[in-house]
Ligand binder design. Structure first.
Ligand SMILES: [Zn+2]
Length: 451
């Protein structure tokens, strides 16, 4: 699953490569299911990645060690796995199928933000009492598998126990794993969803005591109110859970394609004001709305975004954006030399909601759709904001003249028309269509008054 780069704050702070180490794991009496020795012999190493106190650790088990254990018990929670084997193995972790890892010539493999450098593998093997492992070995294994969650630092399973299943030649080895899983946090907000359910707030980490202060209630309430405000306007339950992750060095909030949860790192949760958290929660909820209506898959919207970005009609960037929905790798936003369209800055949350910080609508169509819809949800700000200076991405400030104000409203109508056409393809989207119709009328009237 692909992370949508839904970085409201756009603040991935310094994320050093996290040191790998192995902690002592108590061995339980061998009372579990019978171990199939044949398949265990095929396993070079099972590497379990755990997070404890915000830091990542790796635990390396040889096939022989797996034979000797009835279960694996880990402090902290498991965030991913790498399996190296001398034969092809069909493997799952907590029901997730492991994929073949792509290994570079230098032995590195990239996996959803986890930079699994060969030096780190070598250090982990050394700590596990196997000092002979070198980077070149990575390319020699027939089976090089891995699974990590789409969201960095998320758990492979929220339950306290799950199973790793390894299959080879009709033989199966099941390895029960015990970890902390997630912790359910108390929720004080009285705002349930339309089915009467309170928001599910989960914590991934080792310090639940940090939430035993009054500020926690204020912050959770701000987040839930933000989520519910979008859901109420759109008459749609969108978010099923909020996950707070203790993961060192990440300051962010995000959602994920095909999922209905929001992930917020604890640094963000504590650092941002309740007002900012409220706006962040709305922004992330709108990401789920955009995903549900598949707006970023719509070719006309992709073309419109390419036009707004000023991409050359015959450029690779435009072709890739329209066919795949994203700019080609290495194409940094802002490098095409086109003048920056004022609409991007205008709809960013830092401009549209005074005193707030977020928004990076120029980065990709998804962020554009989210920030744009966010402004429509609060369209009463539109008139006053047209009269206010616009903060530009570089930090400059620009006053709009009458011609620019009129052109900006023209752009609004154009974008709305494209979005309405996109949702019109699905006859069940009556509520969002009504929402667009209502806002379209408001903006037409505003344009007439502005002219
Ligand atoms: Zn976003």
């Amino acid at each position: 699953m692909r992370v949508l780069y839904l970085l409201y704050l756009c603040l991935i702070l310094h994320i050093p490569f996290l040191p790998l180490s192995v902690i002592a794991i108590p061995t339980k009496p061998d009372t579990g299911p019978a171990v199939n020795h044949h398949i265990a012999d095929k396993i070079e190493a099972l590497c379990l990645y755990s997070i404890e106190n915000g830091h990542i650790n790796v635990h390396v088990f040889s096939g022989d060690e797996l034979k000797a254990r009835s279960a694996i018990r880990i402090k902290g929670y498991i965030t991913g796995v790498v399996l190296l084997s001398i034969s092809f193995i069909d493997a799952t972790i907590a029901g997730h199928s492991l994929n073949q890892l792509q290994i570079s010539n230098k032995g590195s493999c990239q996996q959803t933000g986890y930079n699994l450098e060969p030096e780190a593998f070598a250090a982990a093997f050394r700590d596990a009492g196997r000092p002979g492992f070198i980077a070149e070995h990575m390319n020699q294994f027939a089976g090089r598998y891995g699974w990590f969650p789409a969201v960095r630092g998320d758990a492979v399973c929220t339950q306290k126990q799950f199973t790793i299943v390894l299959k080879h030649s009709e033989q199966t080895l099941e390895v029960p794993v015990y970890h902390t899983g997630s912790i359910q946090l108390p929720v004080f907000s009285s705002k349930p969803d339309s089915a009467g359910n309170l928001m599910n707030f989960r914590y991934l980490g080792n310090d639940p005591g940090q939430f035993e202060i009054h500020d926690f209630e204020i912050r959770t309430r701000a987040i839930i109110d933000g989520i519910r405000s979008v859901e109420t306007t759109m008459k749609n339950d969108l978010v099923t859970a909020v996950n707070l992750i203790d993961y060192y060095g990440v300051n962010n909030a995000l959602t994920c394609e095909g999922r209905t949860e929001i992930w917020i790192y604890t640094e963000t949760f504590w650092k941002e004001s309740p007002e900012e958290l409220h706006v962040i929660a709305r922004h992330e909820t709108i990401h789920i709305l955009v995903d549900r209506h598949r707006l970023t898959k719509n070719t006309e919207l992709r073309k419109m975004f390419a036009d707004l970005r000023g991409l050359d009609p015959f450029s690779l960037e435009r072709f890739t954006l329209i066919t795949r929905g994203v700019l080609p790798p290495g194409a940094y936003p802002g490098e095409n030399g086109a003048p920056d369209h004022i609409l991007f800055a205008f709809i960013n949350e830092m401009n549209f909601f005074k005193g707030m910080k977020g928004g990076h609508s120029r980065d990709n169509l998804d962020e554009f759709c989210v920030s744009f819809l966010h402004t429509l949800l609060y369209s009463e700000n539109l008139g006053p904001n047209l009269q206010s200076p616009v903060i530009l991405p570089g930090g400059g400030i620009r006053e709009l003249n009458a011609k620019e104000r009129s052109a900006l409203l023209e752009d609004y109508l154009l974008v709305m028309e494209k979005m309405m056409n996109a949702v019109n393809k699905n006859p069940s989207n009556r509520i969002i269509k009504d929402f667009f119709r209502d806002r379209l009328e408001n903006i037409r009237q505003l344009k007439e008054r502005t002219a």
